[in-house]
Design a protein around this ligand. Sequence first.
Ligand code: HPA
Length: 270
Amino acid sequence: MDDALRQTVASLPVRPRVAVVLGSGLGAFADELAGRVEIPYSKIRNFPASTAAGHAGRMVLGKLGEVDLAVLSGRAHLYEGYTPQQAVFGVRLLAALGVRSFVFTNAAGGINLDYQRGALVLISDHINLQGSNPLVGSNDESLGPRFPDMSEAYSKRYREIALEAARELGIELKEGVYAAMLGPSYETPAEIRFLRTIGADLVGMSTVPEVIVANHMGARVLAISCVTNMAAGILPQKIRHEEVLETGRMVRGTLIRLLQNIVPRLAGEE
Ligand code: HPA
């Protein structure tokens, strides 16, 4: 971690153990934190700027109830031209600050025909089709092993907690497998049929590199997708980024309620 950042962090009254990484159109969650301190990514050395529309590009530290929390609002995607290592910089940084539990949210296309636009889906596993892996290159043994196990990349215990929270709140939360594509073009209908055949329920362009490094460092992961659109070829309409953002806005109240309920429970698991 660089010294300037270490000093910034040392001066802050929060020591996050839990972090939430927010996807497209979902930035409002960070506004709910008490006593929050916002640090634009541009003020953090080496932090990749997030260029996608709907991504604020700030780290927010604050309290959710009793829990010290870090929120990354906006992420760097491979399709923006960032290297996989750059895309995971925020997660590496948070882990260096002491975060042991990560909650990722993202926007995804729904492949499973049981889903509808606006559905919230707990990611149970992923298929990495991005053609890259952030752990490629020399391995830093102080962070984690050369060949990390990924057989429970999405903590079973955390998933139980999330499902329980959703049940209590009366929020429908499905479960599914997320396929990560490079993007930025949306998939073709043939690609979506292929993804369905290989066992994917959702498709998106993010999250998987971050989940890989979080697992590499021994942190536990929960991830929730918002189905912002049905995937290509399912409905007789084109996929528009505006629709993705609009669905994010539609669902964010529900997702925020869910996160507010889940996060303290994860903190209690420590
Ligand atoms: N495909 C890939 N990524 C996405 C989609 C999609 O349909 N919707 C939101 N992110």
